[in-house]
Design a protein around this ligand. Structure first.
Ligand SMILES: [Fe+2]
Length: 208
């Protein structure tokens, strides 16, 4: 699995948790919401899941993924990372407020709805703009290595003993942090000059 697939899976997992908070998808979810049969317990589990997933997701993006993307030296990707970081700041604030909340309390539904909207906006931008461009500029092998680094950080975050020791959190920078590869820079320069603009790709990952 490469970094793009891994992050898209994370996005889809969070989307599912929001759906669970809202009583599930489709007509069944609508009916459950309308008649108020979504229990506070179910909602609380989903709320905690959303907060935990987003905490880990924003951290692996900020500590591993975005630095690697920025290191490619592509102007468009650089702008997208800056925008993504601004969005993360908002999402993290919303998550920290929700972490202290209990499902069923006044205002929690609205706060979850705001968070869902902001996360969807952020995830869609990444999937439709950042990831397709990254696919053009970073080799599959580099994207796989990135996924390995992100997975290790995730495992460390969840306290798993399976985390490969020393693969993340080392002082030594990963190769792509230090310098984008010559081939990637050449591709970026060609595209800056107006040649070979990347084509839009269909959104990856599971359908929503
Ligand atoms: Fe993301």
């Amino acid at each position: 699995m490469d970094a793009i697939e891994m992050l898209t899976n994370d996005h889809n997992k969070v989307r599912e948790l929001f759906k669970k908070f809202n009583g599930g998808g489709g007509i069944t979810g609508l009916v459950r919401r309308t008649v108020g049969s979504v229990s506070s317990r179910e909602q609380q589990q989903a709320l905690q899941g959303v907060c935990t997933e987003l905490e880990v997701h924003t951290r692996i993006e900020e500590e591993v993924f975005y630095p690697a993307v920025t290191a490619l030296g592509d102007q468009e990707l650089g702008k997208q990372v800056k925008e993504a970081l601004r969005e993360h700041a908002t999402v993290k604030q919303e998550v920290s407020r929700l972490q202290e909340a209990r499902a069923g309390e006044p205002g929690v539904d609205e706060r979850m709805a705001d968070l869902e909207r902001d996360v969807e906006h952020h995830a869609s931008e990444e999937e439709n703009e950042m990831f397709p461009r990254l696919e053009e500029l970073m080799s599959e092998e580099e994207r796989r290595q990135l996924a390995t680094q992100m997975r290790a950080l995730k495992q460390r975050r969840s306290g798993s003993k399976q985390a490969p020791s020393g693969s993340v959190g080392r002082k030594k920078p990963a190769p792509w942090r230090a310098k984008a590869s010559g081939a990637a820079r050449a591709r970026a320069n060609r595209q800056k000059a107006g040649h070979g603009r990347p084509k839009k790709r269909a959104q990856r990952g599971a359908k929503r």
